[in-house]
Ligand binder design. Structure first.
Ligand code: NAD
Ligand code: IPM
Ligand code: MN
Length: 358
């Protein structure tokens, strides 16, 4: 196959981990006789520095024309002034919105070989297999916002429409049908009006369209606790934009590091006019370790597996990447974040270990 892949390295460790993921994509292309046409584009702080815009028009155009997009991370202290007119993170929010990427799939499946990397007890972690489905283009992230009272009061609205809830819940329920048949919907319906709409729409969609899927509603504060006590009880978890952001960083402590978790941001299927997917690790630009060779590249390498499977329809190639990652950690390859104090390898050495196994 010939595929165009747009690369958005971004800031901090972004360029370091994307460079390793590119080597993996090239190895897959060689082994399976594909041609991946890779092009690199500006986003985030790097784009602000270069052209004053965190999502330059050229970047958006190239992404729309690509078959899939791979992102590193955006943001960092350099652009963190609360009074700045533009922020790196706006580039990421805009690209998700512009491409209609309403669904962010975040799988949490600790590897057996790595259970000792988790700060949680092994008997709690082992066997966990959760798929978070985070709504990505709505909610409080995209509500009306501003200042009033001479700047002394700030507001940000949380808005969800029925249509937004229906499409994310349908997707999550279809995914549940292909897995354990259980869907947990997380909200704050005891306090928030958008959560009450979310809950009633979810109940209706499941009753009308997915009688074979078991639905439970859980309040987000309780969910934050259940996740650390009985993570094995969850199959597919669907939730809004902000709750999904927070719960998945928390859930990263089940596998043991943010540096292990990939995600896929997807819109409507191609058959319904949808565009390319965006594949992005769930972690950020990790300014505290940028430039030190300590970044774990596995989250981004696992993003290439999701890109191959969900973005390009290449399941065997995706399995080859995932298998290589599992073998590498199985044979003891550990970056500092998952080494639990033992000897560790650098970003590039970790990627080398994966490449050897593809
Ligand atoms: P972060 O995810 O960058 O880092 C949190 C902690 O996890 C840090 O200690 C970091 O060193 C560690 N970590 C993260 N990724 C790692 C990896 N691959 N290997 C090893 N350790 C890793 O979150 P933060 O520090 O709160 O945010 C830093 C910047 O990143 C902010 O500007 C934030 O807005 C941005 N951010 C961007 C994205 C994104 O681009 N998708 C996601 C989250 C945060
Ligand atoms: C993530 C990040 C982003 C989000 C930020 C950087 C906009 O935290 O991808 O999880 O909150 O969605
Ligand atoms: Mn986040």
């Amino acid at each position: 196959m010939h595929a165009r892949i747009a690369l958005l390295p971004g800031d901090g460790i972004g360029p370091e981990i994307v460079a390793e993921a590119v080597r993996v994509l090239q190895a897959v292309a060689d082994r399976f006789s594909h041609t991946f046409e890779l092009s690199e584009h500006l986003i985030g702080g790097a784009a602000i520095d270069a052209v004053g815009d965190p999502l330059p028009p050229d970047t958006l155009k190239a992404c729309k024309q690509a078959d899939a997009i791979l992102l590193g991370a955006v943001g960092g202290p350099k652009w963190d002034d609360p009074n700045a007119a533009v922020r790196p993170e706006q580039g990421l929010l805009r690209i998700r919105k512009e491409l209609g990427l309403f669904a962010n799939l975040r799988p949490i499946k600790p590897l057996d070989a790595l259970v000792d990397a988790s700060p949680l007890k092994t008997d709690i972690v082992r066997g966990t297999d959760i798929l978070f489905v985070r709504e990505l283009t709505g909610g409080v992230y995209f509500g009306d916002s501003g200042r009033r009272d001479d700047g002394k009061t700030a507001y940000q609205e949380m808005v969800y429409s029925e249509a937004e809830v229906e499409r994310i819940v349908r997707l999550a329920a279809r995914l549940a049908q292909g897995r354990g048949g259980r869907l947990t919907s997380v909200d704050k319906a005891n306090v928030l009006e958008p959560s009450r709409l979310w809950r009633s729409v979810t109940t209706r969609v499941l009753a009308d369209e997915f009688p074979d899927v078991t639905l439970e509603h859980v309040l987000v504060d309780a969910m934050a606790m259940h996740l650390l006590v009985r993570p094995r009880d969850f199959d597919v978890v669907v939730t809004g934009n902000l709750f999904g952001d927070i719960l998945t960083d928390e859930a990263s402590m089940l596998p043991g590091s943010l540096g292990l978790l990939p995600s896929a941001s997807l819109g409507a299927p191609k058959s319904e006019g949808g565009g390319p997917g965006l594949f992005e690790p769930i972690h950020g630009s990790a300014p505290d370790i940028a430039g030190t060779g300590k970044a774990n590249p596995l989250a981004t390498i696992l993003c290439t597996a999701m890109l191959l499977r969900d973005g390009l329809g290449l399941p065997d190639e995706a399995a080859a990447v995932e298998g290589a990652v599992h073998d590498a950690v199985g044979s003891g390859v550990r970056t500092a974040d998952i080494a639990a104090g033992a000897a560790s390898v650098t970003t590039t050495e970790a990627a080398d270990a994966v490449l050897e196994r593809i």
